[in-house]
Structures are given as structure tokens and as C-alpha cells.
Design a protein around this ligand. Structure first.
Ligand SMILES: *Cc1c(COP(=O)(O)O)cnc(C)c1O
Length: 450
């Protein structure tokens, strides 16, 4: 049975190592102890099962950060998963023009959709937004200067630092203005024959407040146009719709940036857009053509599954009235607070029962955030469960054990520790039945750990 499931070599190897362990134990204890044939088999079976569990697995994101970079960012809608599966399972016209039977371009499958949603003339897609920024910089600014405001030299988690990306792309960063104030004249003075492009970066994950000034996009675009240098805006999250319609603060859209006169915009596919990991470059056709001729484009291109999934997601934007129910990320962000509170009341007894002897569990108010650097200081009212270990003397250690027990579930649960409690923010919990069904195993995990 094990051989049919795992293959002969793996089972033999596992049997040998289990028998070795038994032998060493016998030598150490001087007796055969309570080893039986069945107990050795059980050991082998559970070891094989453990080893065959994929490393990359589904988890429950109950951190309160909806687009959590460490937890895979935007969940895809079923339409996107189905579309990716179709092209993954067989041959497709990825780079084949079915009309004339000639070689095609993979961007053709999504360019029109992106242009329609952003107002751009042309567009291309690469592996992620970091790649998009790097490709734009290298294509338009290699060996040249790139004036950028000192207030916008961002670092995004996971080592995306604008000055470093510029260096990698072969550009010379030309810092202009100060941390809090950059004026149009700072750019005017910096632009010269050595300028490759002017870069503006959306300060996704921080805000500069107080005595501040920035050059307006319209004015900067005008200056760049007069001086004949491309004006590029890295938007980061790139929401394709105005989030104010859902009572969320506004996040700049690619359409607005292009309407302000940007020649190119770059943004992520898997942040607020709600698609697969990708970086989208949209704007002037001549610049997109230059970018596509850069040999680096080939190294940064996206897979067919990404194109299929992205296209399916962009298709959903054709119906803006239903987008918030159909895109899981946006659905979570716009989920009514009453729904989340009701969910907390429903699941709380099961959690309390599973933890009865070690911790209390009660519904609490909490705050979610968007994540992925979008609207960093904005919090959304949410509801969840606060789990408080009964062992008040060693609460810190007990909290760590609680977190570990939730992480050890078959579909691991990730919450956050806040104010002496382990809090599960339920905003992103959609599979309520799946979540509750595995809670029983919390007791089991705790007992084996104890
Ligand atoms: C997130 C972000 C990036 C990086 O995008 P990835 O898709 O994660 O590579 C670059 N610039 C800004 C402003 C961002 O917010």
C-alpha cells in the first residue's frame, strides 16, 4: 500500500532508517522494549506522509493584513484559476497568431485589456513590478541620469530599494529636493542632456506628513515634455478602480497617472489589482516598443499561466459593479463589519472548546490593513477572536505555543500577537467550515508538544 502511494525506493529507504532507529534503541536500552511490527509500520507511514507534504501549502491568513506579501498577496478568483489551468494542461497559442498562422507575441493576449483599463497606447507585462521598474530604467536610462525626489527613494520589504535598482539597471540616480519638500524647480534644474528619464515613485509604504511639498504630476509631465525626456511613475499597487466607491481612501490609478501626463506607469499585478504576480508597464507606444526590444525583457517575461490568469482578472473589471464581490482581495477589503462580527460569534465556541484547558477565547474588535504597501496608515474596522493563555505567569511563552499550535494545523492558521493576546482577524476567513473542522486537532498538537 505504501509502495503504491510513495514508490518503492522511498519506502525501502524509510523502512531501513526506521529499523536502524529500532536497533539503536535496543542497543541503548538493552531490550527490545515495546517495538512491534505494527508500531514500526506506523512510524514509517507517518514519516512518509510528513515528507510528502508539499512545502508550499494553503494557509489561513488571519493576520488582518489582507494582501500579505509573505502569505502570497492577492488570492485569485476562480475564473483566473480555471483560465490558468486550461493553458497549463496543454498547448496554447501563447506566441502563435491563429489568424495568420505565424509567430505571435505573448503580450498580445492582454495588451488591449490593459490599454482599455488605463487609457494607455501600449502595454507589456513582466515577472513583477520590481522587474518592470528595472526594465524601464535600463531601457530608457542606462548610463544616464534619473532625477528622483529624495522623498521618494523607497524601500519595499524584501530588499527592493530604489537606489539599488537604479544601480543594477545601470542608471545614475540624481537626487533632487529634500526628504520632505521637493519642488518643480528642483527637477527643472536637474534635467539636462544627460537625463535618461524622470522618475516618480508612489511612496507606498510610508507617508511624509507635516511641512511637505511635491511637484505636481501635471507640471512635471509638462516640463518633461518640453525637455524631451520620458516621465515615468512607479505606482506600486496600481488599483484599477477608484477605491472611494467602497469607502476606502483613494489610491492613485494608472489611468489617472497617464491622464496627468506620465509617459509610462508601472504597477503590480498581485496587489490591489487582484491578479497573479506580475509587473505591468503601460503608456506611450514608442517607449513600450523600446522596452520590448531590450534583451532583458526576454529574461523577465511572464509564463502562460500568468497571462491567462491576469487576462481573466482584467476581464472581471469590465463589470465594475460586480468586481468587489468577484475579486477575493477586494471582497475581503469591502466585507461588511456585521458579517465579520457574526462570523466571530459563530466560530468562537469551537475555538474556546478546542483550547478550553489552556486559553480563553472571545470575540473582539480589531483592525485590518490592506498590506503590500497600499495605504500604509489606513486601518479598517474588523472583528476577530482574542485567545488569551490561562497561564498568566508565563504568558509570553504560552502565546508562542498557541501561535505554534495554530501554525501546525493541516491548513496552518496565521494570526498575530497583540496586547498579550493571540488575535485571529476573521476578515479574510471565507472557508469557515474548513477552518472549524480542523480545530479539533489543536488539542492533539498541544498534547504531542507537551
Ligand atoms: C510593491 C512595490 C514595488 C515592487 O512590486 P513587486 O510586484 O512586489 O515586485 C515597486 N514599487 C512600489 C512603489 C511598490 O509599492
Amino acid at each position: 500500500m505504501l509502495i503504491a502511494r510513495y514508490g518503492r525506493p522511498v519506502v525501502i529507504e524509510a523502512m531501513r532508517s526506521a529499523l536502524d532507529e529500532v536497533r539503536s534503541a535496543i542497543v541503548a536500552n538493552g531490550s527490545s522494549g515495546n517495538f512491534t511490527e505494527a508500531s514500526v509500520f506506523d512510524r514509517v507511514a507517518s514519516k512518509l506522509e510528513q515528507e510528502s507534504t508539499p512545502s508550499l501549502r494553503r494557509v489561513f491568513n488571519l493576520t488582518g493584513t489582507v494582501l500579505h506579501t509573505n502569505l502570497g498577496r492577492a488570492p485569485l478568483p476562480q475564473e483566473a484559476v480555471d483560465a490558468a489551468a486550461v493553458v497549463a494542461l496543454g498547448a496554447s497559442n501563447l506566441e502563435y497568431d491563429l489568424a495568420d498562422g505565424k509567430r505571435g507575441d505573448r503580450d498580445d493576449h492582454i495588451e488591449q485589456q490593459i490599454c482599455r483599463l488605463t487609457g494607455a497606447e501600449a502595454a507589456t507585462v513582466v515577472n513583477n513590478n520590481a522587474a518592470a521598474v528595472m526594465l524601464v530604467l535600463n531601457s530608457l536610462g542606462a548610463d544616464r541620469e534619473v532625477p528622483t525626489s529624495r522623498g521618494e527613494l523607497v524601500e519595499i520589504g524584501g530588499s527592493f530599494r530604489l537606489p539599488d535598482i537604479m544601480a543594477c539597471a545601470g542608471c545614475r540616480l540624481r537626487e533632487v529636493g529634500t526628504t520632505n519638500r521637493t519642488h518643480l524647480r528642483d527637477f527643472v534644474e536637474a534635467i539636462g542632456p544627460q537625463t535618461g528619464l524622470v522618475m516618480k515613485v508612489h511612496t507606498s509604504n510610508y507617508e511624509i506628513v507635516g511641512f511637505t511639498a511635491t511637484a505636481s504630476e501635471n507640471e512635471l509631465a509638462q516640463v518633461c515634455k518640453e525637455r524631451g525626456v520620458p516621465f515615468v511613475i512607479d505606482l506600486g499597487s496600481g488599483s484599477l478602480i477608484d477605491l472611494r466607491r467602497y469607502g476606502l481612501p483613494h489610491e492613485p490609478t494608472p489611468a489617472e497617472a497617464l491622464a496627468h501626463g506620465a509617459d509610462l506607469v508601472t504597477f503590480s499585478g498581485d496587489k490591489l489589482l487582484g491578479g497573479p504576480q506580475a509587473g505591468i508597464i503601460a503608456g506611450r507606444a514608442d517607449l513600450i516598443a523600446r522596452i520590448k526590444r531590450n534583451p532583458m525583457k526576454r529574461a523577465l517575461r511572464v509564463d502562460k499561466m500568468t497571462i491567462a490568469a491576469l487576462s481573466a482578472v482584467l476581464q472581471l473589471y469590465a463589470d465594475p459593479d460586480r468586481i468587489a464581490e468577484r475579486l477575493p482581495g477586494l471582497r475581503a477589503l469591502t466585507r461588511p463589519i456585521e458579517d465579520i462580527r457574526a462570523l466571530a460569534l459563530r466560530v468562537c465556541p469551537a475555538i474556546a472548546a478546542a483550547l478550553s484547558d489552556v486559553a480563553s477565547a472571545e470575540p473582539v474588535a480589531c483592525e485590518s490593513q490592506i498590506g503590500s504597501g497600499a495605504l500604509p496608515t489606513f486601518r479598517i474596522q474588523s472583528a476577530g477572536i482574542a485567545i488569551i493563555p490561562l497561564d498568566a505567569k508565563a504568558r509570553g511563552a504560552a502565546l508562542l505555543r498557541t501561535e505554534a499550535a495554530f501554525r501546525a494545523l493541516p491548513a496552518p492558521v496565521v494570526g498575530r500577537v497583540h496586547d498579550g493576546a493571540y488575535v485571529l482577524d476573521l476578515r479574510c476567513l471565507e472557508d469557515e467550515a474548513g477552518f472549524v473542522a480542523q480545530l479539533d486537532q489543536l488539542r492533539h498538537t498541544r498534547e504531542t508538544a507537551a
